[in-house]
Ligand binder design. Structure first.
Ligand code: NAP
Length: 251
């Protein structure tokens, strides 16, 4: 039986994995939600858009004879990851999550933790500050409930409609980001607080290191819970898991 992978992507990790799979000649498709206007090129064929919940994903896995699912989505893409766990359990398609370990506070860090985005919004209740709000575009509206701050927002695409903040500066850029660039960003905008999801990995870590160096506090949003699943933390580990799975397929 020929392998046919579905890689749930939209991340630096997913892109690196698709490059390694293409180089190894492993057939598969990368899936993205369609949140950004110009998705980065992938080395494997790309499909874009939601599947339609667990039922839609089950249908997709069956219709496309998917042999393995690799969930390389962002750690905060919890709905997609939960759906993958449920759909793979229902169909018996093996699932591997390619995950990143969360960032850990170092002694020089000044972090406060909140459990979720709502907690971050609530924690911003206080006097006006210059805040680097590094949470992506999808949840910005929730933060308009704290309009007293001067926000710096980094977005992949320039917003097409008003964001609803009295004072906001938009920086259009996409990761991976450099330490030099993020140090300059925090300095140039006199940032007094960084709000970040605990994404882990290297691509978005620069702002955390820059905040550490400059003594800027970080409001860290802890990760959402995802049901237990088999995990790998590197492209090599994913390849080893697949080699084992391909042997089971008789490849
Ligand atoms: P989410 O809340 O977990 O997903 C909501 C819905 O979007 C899913 O139920 C699914 O729709 C669809 N979806 C999500 N990821 C998809 C994928 N890779 N392929 C096809 N459909 C997908 O996800 P999110 O937080 O909005 O993130 C969306 C995408 O952006 C993910 O691919 C993620 O890797 C990437 N991303 C997210 C963040 C973040 O902070 N959340 C940061 C960087 C990149 P259906 O139920 O219709 O299938």
């Amino acid at each position: 039986m020929r392998p046919n992978l579905l890689i749930l992507g939209g991340t630096t990790e997913g892109r690196a994995l698709s490059a390694a799979l293409a180089e190894a000649g492993v057939p598969g498709t990368v899936s993205m939600a369609g949140r950004v206007a110009r998705p980065l090129e992938q080395n494997l064929p790309l499909r874009i858009g939601g599947f339609g919940g667990v039922a839609g994903l089950v249908r997709y896995l069956k219709d496309h004879a998917i042999t393995h699912v690799i969930d390389a989505t962002h750690p905060f893409a919890a709905q997609m990851s939960r759906n993958a766990v449920a759909a793979c359990a229902e169909t018996g398609v093996p699932l591997l999550a390619y995950t990143r370990t969360p960032w850990q506070a170092q002694p020089e860090d000044d972090w406060s933790h909140v459990p979720d985005l709502a907690g971050a919004v609530a924690a911003l209740d206080g006097p006006s500050k210059r805040v680097f709000l590094a949470v992506g575009r999808m949840h910005l509206e929730e933060f308009t409930a704290q309009p007293q701050h001067a926000y710096v927002l980094r977005l992949v695409d320039a917003p097409r409609t008003a964001l609803g903040f009295p004072e906001a500066t938009v920086v259009v850029d996409r990761g991976p980001f450099t330490l030099e660039g993020d140090r300059a960003l925090l300095r140039d905008h006199d940032i007094e607080l960084v709000v970040s999801k605990n994404a882990g990995g290297k691509g978005a870590e620069a702002k955390i290191i820059a905040a550490r160096e400059l003594g800027v506090p970080v409001l860290m949003i802890d990760r959402p819970a995802i049901p237990p699943r088999t995990e790998a933390h590197s492209v090599d580990e994913v390849m080893r898991w697949l080699a084992h799975g391909f042997a089971d397929l008789g490849v």
